[in-house]
Ligand binder design. Structure first.
Ligand code: HEC
Length: 112
C-alpha cells in the first residue's frame, strides 16, 4: 500500500459521519437513521447518513444487509455487535422495525 493512501486511511478512520440534510429525506427509516426522529438514533455517525459508512467507524451496510435475515438485522440493532452499541434501550421496538424495513428496502437482495 502506498504511504499516502495509508496515511489517508489512518487520518479518516474513526471520523464521525454527518447526517443527510433533513429536507432531502422522506422515508421514516431514513429520518430515524439520521437522528431526526429520535436523537438517540446515532446510526449516521458510524455508518454515514446513507448507510454506506466508508472511512467511518461502522461498515458499509450495503456489504452486510444483503447477507442478513430480518431477525439478524433486528438483533444487531437491538443488542449491538462488536463496536456497535446496543439500541434496545434507546429506541422503541417500532423504531427498530422501521429501521430494519428501510435497511432491507435500501440494501436488501430485492433492491439489487
Ligand atoms: C458507534 C458506531 C456505531 C453506531 C452508532 C451504529 N453502528 Fe451499526 N455497526 C457498527 C459496527 C462497528 C458494525 C460491525 C459490527 C461487527 O460485525 O463487528 C456495525 C454493524 C451494523 C449492521 C450489520 C450487522 C451484522 O450482523 O453484520 C447493521 C445492520 C447496523 N450496524 C445497523 C445500525 C443501525 C440501524 C444503527 C442505528 C440504530 C447503527 N448501526 C448504529 C457501528 C455502529
Amino acid at each position: 500500500m502506498k504511504r499516502g493512501l495509508l496515511f489517508a486511511l489512518i487520518a479518516t478512520s474513526g471520523c464521525a459521519g454527518a447526517p443527510i440534510p433533513r429536507d432531502r429525506l422522506q422515508e421514516p427509516g431514513a429520518l430515524i437513521f439520521n437522528g431526526y426522529t429520535n436523537p438517540r438514533a446515532t446510526c449516521y455517525r458510524c455508518h454515514g447518513g446513507d448507510g454506506t459508512g466508508r472511512f467511518l467507524r461502522g461498515p458499509d451496510l450495503a456489504d452486510r444487509v444483503p447477507g442478513l435475515t430480518r431477525d439478524q438485522i433486528r438483533t444487531a440493532i437491538f443488542e449491538g455487535k462488536g463496536f456497535m452499541p446496543s439500541f434496545g434501550d434507546r429506541l422503541s421496538s417500532q423504531e427498530i422495525d422501521t429501521l430494519v424495513s428501510w435497511l432491507q428496502q435500501r440494501f436488501g437482495k430485492a433492491a439489487r
